[in-house]
Design a protein around this ligand. Structure first.
Ligand code: NAP
Length: 277
């Protein structure tokens, strides 16, 4: 089993240095894949209402040999459930589908700022925390001005902002804002959905120098940026490869060489304009 180091969020709760993405892991095969990841050492499991696999995630939690309380189950409120009362109903539905008594980390999936309900949604999440139904509160796809607004209007600082982050889109400014406010960065599509990233020559060279794979170089880069990557893999061997990145380090110039691959977002997931419901 691989030991993925814990980290502590700004609310004092435990999180991890790397987690499992579950987009497209569904049905019995999905459950098997999630159980395999838990058995090999993953503790943070990332789902969302819109991935339509909360039931699979809950079932995997029950089938695994790991204590429920050692796992950090993350789900997300979709755009169509924004609003103070709506988010409470949505969380209750998620808990039913998960078959769990608590969501460990609850995120606003997209800000949908034209609808302008994310602050109220976060207020509802504070109510949910008060009632013990969720433990840590965070957001996803929020920009610095959106985070500033949540902090100013609710008096609470999200524990996590899960954003697009990979060597093609390193998000230096947003990460600096997170660091200043004690917000944990979590990287979605950390492998850039595989794309052509893993064949970039610089990654091949670094992989050879460190005796690891290009994928491990990318995931180690996330770890050293201070972000929690959540690579998705359906394959137990690739899951283990992805988690096994805590036994070597990159030098600062190597981290910089990977960040120099920057060229922009994978698709037009700009939080100022993109909406999801
Ligand atoms: P990703 O993790 O960057 O890439 C997943 C792809 O890489 C899959 O095709 C996977 O195939 C492959 N892969 C994984 N490990 C590999 C390895 N060691 N070698 C070669 N290929 C490998 O992309 P993602 O699924 O888009 O992002 C990860 C998670 O972030 C999602 O699952 C989801 O939980 C979350 N997410 C959140 C948002 C948001 O708006 N908050 C948006 C997108 C994603 P196999 O499965 O066959 O290994």
């Amino acid at each position: 089993m691989i030991t993925i180091p814990d980290i502590t969020l700004n609310d004092g709760h435990r999180f991890a240095g790397l987690g499992l993405g579950t987009y497209n892991l569904r049905g019995e095969e999905g459950i098997d894949a999630i159980v395999a990841a838990i058995e090999s050492g993953y503790r943070v499991i990332d789902t969302a209402v819109n991935y339509e696999n909360e039931a699979e995630v809950g079932e995997a939690v029950r089938r695994s040999s790991v204590d429920r309380d050692d796992l950090i189950v993350t789900t997300k409120v979709p755009g169509r459930h924004h609003g103070r009362d709506e988010v409470i109903a949505s969380a209750q539905e998620s808990l039913e589908r998960l078959g769990l008594e608590r969501i460990d980390l609850y995120l606003i999936h997209w800000p949908n700022s034209r609808v302008d309900k994310y602050v109220d949604t976060f207020r509802g999440m504070l109510d949910l925390r008060e009632r013990g139904l969720v433990r840590s509160l965070g957001v996803s796809n929020f920009t610095a001005p959106m985070l500033e607004r949540v902090i100013a209007e609710t008096g609470a600082t999200p524990a996590v902002n899960q954003v697009e982050l990979h060597p093609y889109f390193p998000q230096a400014e947003l990460r600096a804002f997170h660091a200043e406010h004690g917000i944990r960065t979590e990287s979605w599509s950390p492998l850039a959905r595989r794309s052509e990233l893993l064949t970039e020559p610089v990654l091949g060279e670094l992989a050879e120098a460190h005796g690891v794979t290009p994928t491990q170089i990318v995931l180690r880069w996330h770890v050293q940026l201070g972000s929690t990557p959540i690579p998705k893999s359906a394959d137990p061997e690739r899951q283990r490869e992805n988690a096994d990145v805590f036994g070597f380090s990159l030098r600062d110039d190597e981290v910089a060489a990977i960040s120099a691959l920057e060229r922009g977002r994978l698709w037009d997931g700009n939080p100022d304009t993109h909406e999801e419901f």
